[in-house]
Design a protein around this ligand. Structure first.
Ligand code: A3P
Length: 307
C-alpha cells in the first residue's frame, strides 16, 4: 500500500444514509467500516494488516467495536507504565485501520488496537506467540453502542435502531463479519492459546480490581494493590470521560472523522452501563435477538451477562 494517498470521498457515501442504502467497503463477504484504508482498497488494507511486522514487545488489543476498547487500552497503558497516569495520546493513534498511513505501525512495540477478525491479525505476531488482549461485551449493549456511535458521527439517523439490527447487525453486512462470527473465532482461539487473554466488559465492570490484576499478571507486570486501586478509580467511566476531554494532546479522532467528512466530535464515552439495551430493544426485537443468539452461539460456551 502506498504510504499516503488523499482520499476523494463521494459526498453521497458520507451523508446521512438510510440504513438499507449504507454501503460498507467490503472484501468478498467481509463488510468493513468506512475508514480510509478500507475505502481505498479493502482487500489490500486487510492484507497489509495481516503482513504487519510488529515489534517483539507489541501487544494487540483485539475488540469488536464498542466493547470497551478505550477503557482497556487506558488500563493497559497505566499497568505498563507502572503509574496511574492518563495517556497523553489518544487510542486512535494506535488504531491501525483508522490510520490513513498504516505503515506507522511497522515495528511498533506498544499496544496496537484493531477490530479485524482473528484471521486478519498480524500473522507474524500471532505465529510468534505475541500477546493479544481480547475483550468481549454482550451483543445487545454492543449493538446499542455501535448504533449510537454511528448516529453520533452522522452516518445513520437515530430512529433506525430496529432496521440497524436487522440490516447491519444480524444481517450479512454486519461490520467486521458481525459480532457472532468475530467473537466465536476469538473465543475458540483464546481457549487454545496462552498468548490470548480474554476479558469481558461485564466482568471488568463488576469486579474491576480482580480483572485489572488478571491483566497485570498476563502482561507480566508487578504492581502493588495500591496501584491497582488507583488505576481502577482513575479509569472509572466518569473519570475517563472527563480525562479524555482534558488530557489528550492530539486530536486523532477528530482528524479521522474530518478526513471522512463526518462529525468530528463523536460520542465515545456514552453511558458505560450493562443493560442499557433494555431502553432500545422492543419485546419483539429482543425475542428475535435471543433466538438468533441461541442459534448462532449454540456451539460456544460463553457465560455472558446481559443485565
Ligand atoms: P456505551 O456506548 O454503552 O456507553 P470502545 O472503546 O470499544 O469504542 O467502547 C465504547 C464503550 O465503552 C461505550 O459504551 C463507552 O461508554 C464504554 N466505556 C468506556 N469507558 C468505560 C469505563 N471506564 N467504564 C465502563 N464503560 C466504558
Amino acid at each position: 500500500m502506498p504510504p499516503y494517498i488523499p482520499l476523494i470521498i463521494d459526498e453521497k457515501i458520507m451523508a446521512y444514509s438510510d440504513v438499507r442504502d449504507l454501503e460498507w467497503p467490503n472484501y468478498e463477504d467481509l463488510y468493513l467500516p468506512k475508514l480510509v484504508p478500507f475505502l481505498r482498497d479493502a482487500k489490500q488494507a486487510l492484507q497489509y494488516i495481516k503482513d504487519l511486522q510488529l515489534g517483539k514487545d507489541a501487544i494487540i488489543l483485539a475488540t469488536y467495536p464498542r466493547s470497551g476498547t478505550h477503557w482497556i487500552w487506558e488500563i493497559t497503558g497505566m499497568l505498563l507504565k507502572g503509574k496511574a497516569e492518563y495517556s497523553k495520546v489518544s487510542r486512535e493513534q494506535v488504531f491501525v485501520e483508522g490510520l490513513s498511513d498504516m505503515s506507522q505501525m511497522q515495528s511498533y512495540n506498544g499496544v496496537i488496537s484493531t477490530h479485524v477478525p482473528f484471521e486478519w491479525l498480524p500473522k507474524q505476531h500471532v505465529d510468534n506467540g505475541g500477546k493479544i488482549i481480547y475483550v468481549v461485551r454482550n451483543p445487545k449493549d454492543t449493538a446499542v453502542s455501535i448504533h449510537s456511535f454511528l448516529c453520533s458521527i452522522g452516518l445513520i439517523r437515530s430512529n433506525t435502531f430496529e432496521e440497524f439490527i436487522h440490516e447491519l447487525y444480524l444481517g450479512r453486512k454486519a461490520m467486521y463479519g458481525g459480532w457472532f462470527e468475530y467473537n466465536k473465532s476469538f473465543i475458540q482461539e483464546a481457549r487454545r492459546r496462552d498468548q490470548i487473554l480474554m476479558l469481558s466488559y461485564e466482568k471488568l465492570k463488576r469486579n474491576t480490581e480482580a480483572e485489572i490484576r488478571r491483566l497485570a499478571s498476563f502482561l507480566g507486570v508487578k504492581c502493588t494493590e495500591g496501584l491497582i486501586t488507583e488505576i481502577s478509580e482513575l479509569t472509572s467511566f466518569s473519570k475517563l470521560q472527563q480525562a479524555d476531554k482534558s488530557v489528550r494532546e492530539d486530536k486523532k479522532m477528530a482528524d479521522i472523522m474530518k478526513e471522512l467528512q463526518l462529525n468530528e466530535a463523536p460520542t465515545v464515552y456514552r453511558k458505560g452501563e450493562i443493560g442499557d439495551w433494555k431502553n432500545y430493544f422492543t419485546v419483539a426485537l429482543n425475542e428475535e435477538f435471543d433466538k438468533a443468539y441461541a442459534e448462532r452461539m449454540n456451539d460456544v460456551d460463553l457465560q455472558i451477562e446481559f443485565e
